[in-house]
Ligand binder design. Sequence first.
Ligand SMILES: C[S@@+](CC[C@H](N)C(=O)[O-])C[C@H]1O[C@@H](n2cnc3c(N)ncnc32)[C@H](O)[C@@H]1O
Length: 203
Amino acid sequence: MHTFDKNYWEKHWDPAAAARSQRLPVNPYLATETAHLSPGAALDAGCGTGAEALWLAERGWQVTGADISTSALAAAAARADAAGMAERTQWVEADLTSWEPERRWELVVTSYAHPETGQLALYQRLADWVAPGGTVLIVAHLHHAAHSHPHPEGATADQEGITGLFSRPGWSVETTYQNTRTLRAGGREVHLHDVIVRARRTS
Ligand SMILES: C[S@@+](CC[C@H](N)C(=O)[O-])C[C@H]1O[C@@H](n2cnc3c(N)ncnc32)[C@H](O)[C@@H]1O
């Protein structure tokens, strides 16, 4: 079994995959879960080729996209330039499992990012990067679901595990649910089983 290290993700984001990913729709949860928020500074943690980061930038957010993959970030930056969003976006090569950003964001989003350390350890770190009053939105592959392509257990999460991280003073879980959706990727149908958690930092 491979590990989800930088080498893995650089191979994952070969030029063909980076191009293919740009034809995929933005995940639908950004629209439903962030529409009520006033745009400010946002971080997309594990941004890949930048679809979600760009979506936020186009809606007025000043977005930092962070990823471990140099190739993914290069594709994201080119995409932002082409969309006229270069000034609203910043691309940072960082390993989210060890990065110590010196700032905080009003919105931290992450979708399907699965580092070597597993999901909950990642989400715990992301929580620390949310400014007081800010929001974290987590979209993950659901644990024990029949995914179209197999995901090792460490790359999935369950609702209880994620919400457990935010069931403590200083946080309020505002939305949590599971959803199944189908999209066409690489000429085939892919069934995604998602878990979504949105929480607000109250202090
Ligand atoms: C499955 S892709 C998801 C990309 C994008 N968020 C999306 O929803 O399409 C997972 C992303 O997480 C990034 N990633 C994995 N481990 C990471 C780490 N330790 N630090 C930073 N990014 C990481 C990968 O490079 C990849 O771009």
